[in-house]
Design a protein. Structure first.
Length: 135
């Protein structure tokens, strides 16, 4: 059995003021623009399965199956999240970290509308934003 422990206690995540585990600073501070769609999918999986301290443990093959990625793509996605400072990882333990302000200029905030967007629409926008022109 795996013993869970905080990998980065000084970055323990807490429910943000807008009362959502998906922190709006992902967009406001430009974190989304720094990650590939595969890395964002991994981040969403980790946020979804993590306990209240942001901890979870899944093997690379399990994550690959859940996200329809290869194990190499999972490792690359994890490397991006580590580089972006969004997670800590000591095999097999993941910790979703509290968000720190990203280096560099923040993206322009998305204009607010009177209607909330469903999660499916938000994910579609994220995936579409990650697509570049086809060769």
């Amino acid at each position: 059995m795996i013993t869970k422990r905080l990998l980065c206690p000084e970055r323990l995540r807490r429910v943000p003021p807008q009362f959502s585990w998906i922190d709006q600073r992902l967009v406001r501070d430009g974190h989304l623009g720094r990650c590939s769609p595969a890395a964002l999918a991994l981040y969403l999986l980790l946020v979804t399965v993590a306990d209240a301290q942001g901890l979870s443990y899944y093997s690379d093959p399990k994550v690959a199956r859940l996200l329809s990625l290869s194990v190499a793509e999972v490792r690359h996605a994890r490397a991006q999240l580590l580089q972006a400072g969004l997670i800590a990882f000591e095999p097999p333990l993941y910790q979703v970290l509290s968000l720190e302000a990203a280096d560099g200029p923040a993206l322009e905030p998305t204009p607010r509308t009177a209607q909330p967007l469903p999660l499916s629409a938000i994910l579609r926008q994220m995936l579409d934003a990650g697509k570049g022109p086809l060769p």
